[in-house]
Write a protein that binds this ligand. Structure first.
Ligand code: DQA
Length: 143
């Protein structure tokens, strides 16, 4: 099984960025967790982070025919991006949305998720472990 993990803007700033909300765990810690999870679950995984909406759309389009599942944290684009939603619908690859923080308990503008309208599951408020949970979910269902 081949899984694509996508991260949106500022996720590369983990560890520096608002540690009270996102914890002190770094982006490097996330990359390590993804590598360890892939090895443990016996899957192949590619990770891509971008601060640019169009680059994320390009990556989703390029996933067509290559990946069996997508784990996506669209970050701030969660709350604005119809383009990411449409790209996910276009390729129709099973997808799980992850948020490190518990967006439900945050500002009203974080309560809407456009990509989440396509994703079959959303994991929020679990810290970096949410990515592992999303991968395990996709593997158990589609692997
Ligand atoms: C986030 C939540 C978003 O509201 C925010 O814009 C992010 C990160 C999360 O992982 O908790 O950048 O997606």
């Amino acid at each position: 099984m081949n899984i694509l993990v996508l991260n949106g803007p500022n996720i590369n700033m983990l560890g520096i960025r608002e540690p009270g909300i996102y914890s002190k765990q770094t982006f490097q810690d996330l990359l390590q967790l993804l590598e360890d999870t892939a090895q443990k679950e016996g899957i192949t995984l590619e990770q891509y982070q971008s601060n640019h909406e169009g680059s994320l759309v390009d990556k989703i389009q390029a996933a067509y025919g290559k990946f069996d599942g997508i784990v996506i944290n669209p970050a701030a684009y969660t709350h604005t991006s119809v383009a990411i939603l449409d790209a996910l619908k276009a390729v129709a690859i099973p997808a799980v949305e992850v948020h490190i923080s518990n967006v439900d308990a945050r500002e009203p503008f974080r309560q809407i998720s456009y990509p989440g309208l396509y994703c079959e599951k959303t994991i929020k408020g679990q810290g970096l472990d949410g990515y592992r949970q999303a991968i395990v979910y996709l593997k158990e269902k589609y692997g």
